[in-house]
Design a protein around this ligand. Sequence first.
Ligand SMILES: [Zn+2]
Length: 464
Amino acid sequence: MTRGEPAPHRKFDRCVDDIGEVLFNDSGMHGFRFYRYAVSTIEHAGRFAVLLFLILAVLLAGASEAAAKALTISNHFSPLNQKRPFRTTTRHIVLHTTEGALEGSLRKVHRFGEAHYLVAPSGEVYRIIDRRRIATHTGRSMWKGKSTLDDFTIGIEVVGYHDEDITTAQYASLRELLRQLKAIYRIRDKDVLTHSMVAYGRPNRFHPQRHRGRKKCGMLFAHPDVRRRLGLSARPTRDPDVAARRLAVADPELHRFLYRPPRMWAALIGARESQRPDERREATRVIAKGINAWNVARDRYDHRTTIYEYPDGRRFRGDEIREWEAIPAGTRVRFEDVPEREQSFEGFLEIGRDGSRASDLAGDLYTDSTTIYFFPSGLIRTGAELNKNASLRKLLERPPKGTRVLAGYIYGGYVQGVRSASRIAGRKWNYPSTFYRLPDGRILSGDEIDDQKIPGRTLVFLLK
Ligand SMILES: [Zn+2]
């Protein structure tokens, strides 16, 4: 049922086709069931009623086939697909924009298994991860107090930009894809979210609390006009985690767009047409009064791959800058295009590199049981454990340079020689968000670990 293109990973064909049949055929099945029902009714009902039934059945089958035609899916499964665990529940669909062109976006999403589907500008849909498995598309995320949305959501990447309209073909195929997925998982319209709604940032030097505004990804899909065209009649009208004070608002403008959207999306887009999109984006990547490094680069502000070009010609990488307030106005910010995992689970922070105090790295949660400290001496303790003990509290107050911190994790204990990772970490043993620290110091994720080959004394950490 999927279109011509040969699947790059043939060994997954069977599984893929099973899923493909279900997704593609379930609308056609209505027509068939109607027909069977009509036939069985012949003995009991008058001719006229039967005729009416048959006409209805044919019409319905035709209509659903026409709708399904808007959708052509081809398989482009990630090499990580088969490794990914199955989700136990599915509560939301999360919409993303790639912020880049088809080719590069598809390559990256495919390589790291970062979406279930990708919708090309032509409307063609690619299957990246089996819809029943986990794709890593939301990174650090929260909705209604529940974190790590990857574990209970479906992710759809739409090739395009957060503040630009998508193509007519994309509207048609995304609408049909959403219709089918909503039916399969009984997802309500208001539970179709955007990545910008659910992503949150850990405390940093610009925002002392955990905050919303880490990403603008998929922003346009919050607008009622866009949602209407996608067959979505309801939307979330407030941020549940901001309302409950679990998170702060770091980008008021984005917050307004998501929950108090401007009247007309079309007018908003029309007003921008005088400027070329790439020029407009270029203009938004300059440090100015009131626009700091976080506003421009968000979570990537202190990344190695973020380049700051000062007006005097000097260049610095994000991890070389210490005085963030001293970056001169007019500094241009460029992102090096390296094939890396954007939605990695942020991993470890380090004293001396990311800040000098524990609270610089973990914010208000620095004494929490979900903040784990790795001291250069080899000692590993949670913030709560350190805070309980007077002598250890000194370590917490003045952590030595090189101390590493993992925030928002649960300490899962050691893997003994005879115990497998699946026995110690349970069903989350191969979740992409689960971390393993091997005795040689290497850190691997659930994507990279092999259950049979885990050395004793390996530590396991589960994302809370
Ligand atoms: Zn996204």
